[in-house]
Design a protein around this ligand. Structure first.
Ligand SMILES: Nc1ncnc2c1ncn2[C@@H]1O[C@H](COP(=O)(O)OP(=O)(O)OP(=O)(O)O)[C@@H](O)[C@H]1O
Length: 446
């Protein structure tokens, strides 16, 4: 049996007045693998522990197969947890560790047949008589998985189970977990701060920030249509280019978005998404360009929907199969400081005049003790004016472009670029996506 898990407006406060999880609502279907993704401290583990019954729910409801379960003891939930640190008993062999939950649950029964079957499924028969200290990290995690599986739980709750392993093993075990949970058809909630892991594993990914759900959807949909600038910046490698822009929509001329010294002229006839940008006229926005939206080529090579800009090569990152080129285009990077920082939500929120990004900026200022980008300046401010953000940005340049290793580029070269406006994201001062239109559904064929 596998479970439907529903959270309805679930909140958690450890300290009065501070919600580390804030009115979270999520419906996880039976057999689904849902990944909870977010930066450190955003409340992922707390959510998992509330589902497991290891943490009390401060507010809201947890439903298991539609039944109210806030007060159900952990053992009655029949869920298995797998942790980052494996949590094996050091004085027991793998056989003892895997069989342990069975010996507790059914003291009179011989656990051996189920332990053997589980070990076969995981390919660890040869490890059954070894102690944890005689196992590698990956082997230990397989044994821990075995211990989770052997009880035939109704759900798996996995808390960064692979983060103690090296990259190669992580990839390998990630594939194993994916295959295994699908084969067993058991509802799985998987916590990670690694977006690549989330994207490759999840049927759906739920992105959390400061205890608040930002977006939930298939990996493809959250990548293709991030709801806000935080999700856009958190998902995707290399990280999306986020630049400060200014919408120019003269009544008698072409619409464009200024990016410091350069501008993107929106092609006519304007698409519906671009038409709707008219309401942002004169306002500062955040332009999001993933690296696949930009290519190195001159204006003559432009395809419909592509517009030219120029870039100065600042840094070339050779990665073997591809090269990441950092360009200076004379624009100002927009900073999303919450990406790595914990931001518990205050329930007694002091709602001041101003935007979300304003608040982000303030927090970042407090965290870093330095200046941060001004994202909601008055309308009449010239966008070309140098801003403090430029000094803050640690990476050279303001635009990262992915290209093939056969193109020879050196620091200081001026290079023509084409921007595909079909892949343009625009976020408003609150960090919400305004283009493509917020109501747009992904048309991805999935
Ligand atoms: N027992 C506790 N008492 C008080 N505060 C806690 C407790 N457990 C967690 N917190 C706080 O709650 C917030 C969320 O913690 P949680 O462990 O859920 O985050 P996380 O997203 O899983 O982080 P990480 O990825 O670093 O494990 C953090 O600010 C943390 O300090």
């Amino acid at each position: 049996m596998t479970r439907a898990i529903s959270l309805h407006h679930v909140s958690k406060s450890y300290t009065r007045g501070v919600r580390v999880v804030d009115r979270l609502s999520l419906d996880i279907a039976p057999g689904e693998l849902l990944v909870l993704l977010g930066p450190s401290g955003c409340g992922k583990s707390t959510v998992l522990r509330m589902i497991a019954g290891l943490e009390e729910i401060t507010d809201g409801e947890l439903l298991l197969d539609g039944e109210y379960a806030n007060d159900l003891p952990p053992s009655d939930r029949e869920m298995a947890m797998v942790f980052q640190n494996f949590a094996l008993y050091p004085n027991m062999t793998s056989r003892g560790n895997i069989g342990f939950p069975l010996r507790i649950e059914r003291p009179g029964e011989d656990p051996a047949p189920r332990v053997d079957a589980t070990a076969r499924m995981l390919g660890i028969e040869a490890l059954l008589d070894r102690y944890p200290r005689q196992l590698s990290g990956g082997e230990r995690q397989r044994v821990a998985m075995g211990r989770a599986i052997v009880r035939k739980p109704t759900a798996f709750l996995m808390d960064e189970p692979l983060s103690n392993l090296d990259a190669k093993l992580r990839n390998h075990l990630r594939a194993e977990i994916s295959t295994l949970t699908r084969k067993l058809g058991v509802t799985t909630v998987y916590v990670t701060h690694d977006q690549a892991e989330a994207m490759s594993l999840g049927d759906r990914v739920a992105v959390l920030r400061g205890g608040v759900l930002q977006q939930v959807g298939t990996p493809r949909s959250v990548y293709a249509l991030p709801r806000n600038v935080f999700v856009a910046a958190f998902i995707g490698t290399p990280r999306i280019n986020l630049l400060r822009g200014l919408v120019r929509a003269p009544l008698d001329g072409a619409m464009s978005i200024s990016l410091g010294r350069q501008y993107l002229r929106l092609p006519e006839p304007l698409s519906l998404d671009h038409q709707m940008l008219r309401v942002q006229q004169g306002r500062e926005v955040i332009v999001g360009l993933r690296s696949e939206a930009i290519r190195i080529a001159g204006p003559a090579a432009a395809r419909p929907g592509e517009v030219p800009i120029g870039g100065l090569v600042e840094h070339v990152e050779y990665q073997g199969h591809e090269v990441l080129v950092h360009f200076s285009t004379g624009s100002q990077p927009a900073v999303v400081p919450d990406l790595e920082a914990p931001t518990p939500v205050r329930t007694l929120r002091h709602r001041r005049e101003g935007t979300v990004l304003n608040r982000i900026r303030e927090r970042a200022g407090a965290l870093r003790g330095g200046p941060t980008v001004v994202l909601d300046r008055p309308h009449d401010v010239e966008p070309d004016r140098p801003a403090p953000a430029a000094q803050e940005s640690r990476l050279p340049g303001d635009l990262v472009v992915r290209t093939t290793p056969d193109i020879e580029l050196r620091h200081g070269m001026r290079v023509p670029l084409l921007v595909d406006l079909g892949h343009l994201f625009v976020f408003d001062q609150h960090g919400e996506r305004v283009s493509p239109l917020p109501a747009r559904q992904p048309d991805l064929g999935d």
